[in-house]
Design a protein around this ligand. Structure first.
Ligand code: ZN
Ligand code: ZN
Length: 215
C-alpha cells in the first residue's frame, strides 16, 4: 500500500492520511496546497489477492485451445507466428494482435518503429558534421592571433567533412527523424551548408587547377 505522496513542489513525502477526508491538503513542509486523487489501487495491499487476471474460460469440446494456457479458449490467432491465443495471452500491436511471446520478440528486436526505444538522429549527425569546422574555429578565435592562424586547420579539414556531411544529409533525408516530432530543418540546413562548402571547395580546386595549367 502506498502511504506517501510526493509533494510536486518540494518533493517531500506527504503521508496519505493528510488526504483521508478531502483530496485538498497542504504539504506539511512547504505549506503549498496539494490536490491528491487516491485511486483504489493505492489502498491495495501487496500479497493480498495478487494481481488482477482475466477469468479463465475453459474451451468447450471442439473449440480451439490457447497455445500458452490449456485452460483458456483461443479467441484469436497471433498475426505474427499464427498460434491460437486467448485474450489473456495476446496483446494489441498497432492494428494487429500478437501473442505475448511475439510481443517480447518484436520489442527486443527493435525492428518495428512502433516499439523502437532509441533511434540514431542522422539529422543531428549531418548538421554537426557540416558545422564542425566552424565550431572548431570559435575556441581558436578566442586564443588570439595565434589561434586565428590555426583556424586554417579546421577550415582545411572541411574538404573532408563537407562531402561527409553531404552524404550524412542525404542519408538522414531517407531515415526516420527523431521519435519526438520535429521538422526537417536540421537535415535541410545540413544539406545547404554542406553543399555550399562543397561548392566552395569545388570552386577553389577548379580555380587552382586552371591557374596551374593555363599559365
Ligand atoms: Zn512541499
Ligand atoms: Zn505469436
Amino acid at each position: 500500500m502506498t502511504t506517501m505522496i510526493r509533494c510536486t513542489a518540494c518533493g517531500y513525502h506527504i503521508p496519505v492520511a493528510v488526504f483521508a477526508s478531502s483530496r485538498d491538503g497542504a504539504c506539511p513542509l512547504c505549506r503549498r496546497p496539494v490536490k491528491a486523487v487516491l485511486l483504489p489501487a493505492m489502498r491495495h495491499v501487496p500479497g493480498g489477492g495478487g494481481p488482477p487476471a482475466l477469468p479463465e474460460e475453459p474451451p468447450a469440446p471442439g473449440e480451439a485451445v490457447c497455445f500458452y494456457s490449456p485452460n483458456r479458449r483461443a479467441t484469436r490467432t497471433c498475426s505474427h507466428c499464427g498460434v491460437f491465443v486467448s485474450e489473456a495471452w495476446s496483446a494489441q500491436w498497432g492494428s494487429e494482435h500478437v501473442c505475448l511471446k511475439c510481443l517480447d520478440e518484436l520489442r527486443g528486436r527493435r525492428k518495428d518503429v512502433r516499439f523502437e526505444v532509441r533511434r540514431v538522429l542522422w539529422d543531428n549527425i549531418a548538421l554537426g558534421t557540416a558545422l564542425l569546422p566552424f565550431l572548431l574555429c570559435v575556441p581558436l578565435m578566442l586564443l588570439g592571433p595565434f589561434g586565428v592562424m590555426l583556424m586554417v586547420l579546421p577550415l582545411m579539414g572541411s574538404v573532408v567533412t563537407a562531402p561527409l556531411a553531404l552524404g550524412f544529409s542525404i542519408y538522414a533525408w531517407k531515415k526516420p527523424r527523431s521519435m519526438v516530432p520535429r521538422g526537417p530543418w536540421r537535415t535541410i540546413s545540413a544539406l545547404v551548408l554542406s553543399l555550399l562548402q562543397c561548392a566552395a571547395w569545388g570552386f577553389f580546386l577548379v580555380a587552382g587547377m586552371t591557374q596551374t595549367f593555363l599559365r
